[in-house]
Design a protein around this ligand. Sequence first.
Ligand SMILES: [Zn+2]
Length: 1000
Amino acid sequence: MHDDRTLVEARLRRVLDERIRPAVYPEAVPLDVAVWHAPGEPVPVAEGLAAAPEPIAAGTAWGAPWGTSWFTVTGTVPREWTGRTVEALLDLGFDESVPGFQSEGLVYRPDGSPVKGLNPRNHWVRVGSPVDGGEQVRLHIEAASNPVILGHPRFQPTQLGDKETAGDDPLYTLGRMDLAVFDETVWHLVMDLEVAGELMAELPVESARRWELLRAVDRALDAVDLQDVNGTAEAARARLAEVLSAPAVPSAHRISAVGHAHIDSAWLWPLRETVRKVARTAANMTALLEDDPDFVFAMSQAQQWAWIKEHRPEVWARVIKAVATGRFVPAGGMWVESDTNMPGSEAMARQFVHGKRFFIDEFGVDNEEVWLPDTFGFAAGLPQIIKAAGSKRLLTQKISWSQTNTFPHHTFLWEGIDGTRIFTHFPPVDTYNCSMSGRELAHAARNFKDKGVARHSLAPTGWGDGGGGTTREMVAKAARVRDLEGSATVTWETPADFFAKAEAEYANPPVWAGELYLELHRATLTSQAKTKQGNRRSEMLLREAELWAATAAVRAGAAYPYEQLDRIWKTVLLHQFHDILPGSSIAWVHREARKTYEAVARELNALIDAAQRALAGEASGGTLLFNSAPHTRHGVRAGGAGRPGPGVATRAMAREEGGYVLENDLLRVEIDDRGLVVSAYDRSAGRETVAPGRAANLLQLHPDFPNKWDAWDVDEFYRNTVTDLVGRDELSLDGETVRVRRSFGGSQVTQLLTLAGGRLDIVTEVDWHETEKFLKLAFPLDVHADRYASESQFGHNFRPTHTNTSWEAAKFEACNHRFVHVEEPGWGVALVNDSTYGHDVTRTVGEGGTTTTVRVSLLRAPRFPDPETDQGVHTFRHALVPGAAIGDAVREGWFVNLPERRVPGGAEVEPLVAVDDDAVVVTAVKLADDESGDVVVRFHESRGGRARATLTAAFPFADVVATDLLERPLSGEPRRDGNAVSLSLRPFELVTLRFSRSAG
Ligand SMILES: [Zn+2]
């Protein structure tokens, strides 16, 4: 037979595009449209409905950036349409080539009840089926003229990312606003042809099935009268029925489709817009659930549910009803889909506490799945936290974005630093916006790396970020591929149902140990420094506030600020969202974040101050040091307050060759004439810290213009060019502080170097006015190390210092929390920070042997999406700790991050709890969230070894139980002896104890 395949395929494309799709709406009449532009920020629904609109015609420009316009559309269904299905087509000026990221609307009835959202690929509203004819139609649309930030060409600097700089030029042109007859048969024919055509294109040209589909398509097109598509669609469908009913082969890949709309809690729009994005999408999805009995939709991020509840009660009512059907599913169990690299131990834990608790309280749903499709890499501390929250499964697809290496599994056990293993699935469809296309389904089946031993994968299906979620077209396609020869099978399912099947079929999944490092978006560890600093400060202040408020409640009967702490925690957790903390949002988001963090700090400082004053007693001329750290500080016990002991005296003097020397009994530091640290001598060990012939505290400036994703990415070639900033404007000694001032480009740096016991503290103030540059602070260390440790949640993980394989080479920029630590047996060095996360560690082989260079990442200056990223003044604090063992790194990490608060007072404060082993670190002391007055203490083994310790509670208690993160009792009694609990901890083990207080 002659090969006419490409001819038929081209025929299908043209007839579908030019004749069949246009026939879905064969008749239309225009609606009357009027509009009222809200003067500023969005207004309440009632106000929008009551406003007096002015007429506007299709083709008119509307919509200043970030504006809100209320459209009213009115019309009458023509009498001659009686008995037919009629829809309103409401085109706000959509660009259908992109599913979201532009103008959107939510349609209301005149009584204020929501109908559904309007999105670029979903802008129909059902008027009636069948209609009587003559019905009056009146609908209101709350339309948001959100600008397209990620335009074409992409990653171009734009002023549209903040309402303050975006201007008022209208962005959209009002499109077709019609009443139209909807021909469901033609629509079904479109679905049939798309499914057959897309499946066909994925099959091997040699396969008989491909040709069967081709012939059936050819015959169906023969049956279409191009001048009467509506009259012949039924006949065309009949010719496809046989090929579309052939069942799948037994070995077909099985896809669990989960209706989904990945909505970033803020990104290329401000937080307030997400509230509306979520409402529009939820309105769409509740409507679709009513239309289709098989469809299942899952929505993650408790915060987004809470927004609907608070701001859109009319949508919330529909959500509650839909959840009761079991098909609108709360997914995951976190407050937001947060970053997981940077949040500290407690904050990461609280993401689960607040996320899971919301779903439990509202719906009685306690999920065991963690839903993080889009997060930029996963810290190795996370598995233990997931387990401690009572969950056991994880889903993400982001690692498929890695640029260098292909991850070897799609379903596997992920093992964290403590050995906890979590059943993990990476959807092989490689997207969280699956549209049920034949290409996606075939890709999932082909790509699935666990073929032969497993058969199930998950496909998050629907448009996110203003796309409105799953569409009726996706549902129609899913129905056709439920059991279809040549295709993967598709079933709508909840995440839990998918995981149950995946676990059941895979008895011995492979194991991946350690972090799930994303080989992309590495600059998110540095961009928007103030957002990162705000996060770190807030985490530390929350620790202090809980500790002192709990102590004041127990010791002084003060009221515990439950509501305030709950609210502040949720604010901080929200800002850990995977485009806020990583610094990848527009200027508006980060401008608001800076203000929010300032307010959080004010409020928490006031709480801390009030609690400490309640504890300090009469000011009898004395001063108390409140030690919030988990280790004794200046002689004051952890979690207590007392009179500080004497510090270590520093001597400062001029250095013979120029520069200065700072020394005490522990350290001798030489700062040369350039202001660089050329020696840091550990007196007790008799060892030099700085690599021979090198200098530490060296600022290095690199050009930094990644190939794309400016705020997200730093590409490895940035290293090829570097300027050492060694010129100085000033080098001076002020008391025991050496001050260095430098200028470069449009920027200035001032550094203050001091000794603090065994630490060299360096405060770096940068007035940053660079463009597309990367600023690093380098410490070449005389340490021969194959690997280094960096702090993560509830412990640390190791990374190699070499680049033997592509996996190691790809980690050229990585995340640490408060410290990086390198060591030779018996002697090590820690580099500690108060607010930076990005760093790199490399090895050098020179005349003096192998040395290790640790560089911290201070600042970047990308121009997209915030054209002014990081411009202005920043202050960072770092400390070099020569001779540090890992335990010293842990301790100094806490010290540098927690202020020494001195309060006038006479009464020493006994800590609520004391632990007799410094390896055991208490991360939280608080009162129980259920307001019972119980004291909750969380701690972990911090050095990666075994710990036997005794935890003593210095308050009367009736009972003590071990709990999960949500403070729910676990089985197994802690070993109690009087007021003490005996502990035996495995490496990095995390434990939460709950003490029910007694009168004593
Ligand atoms: Zn995202």
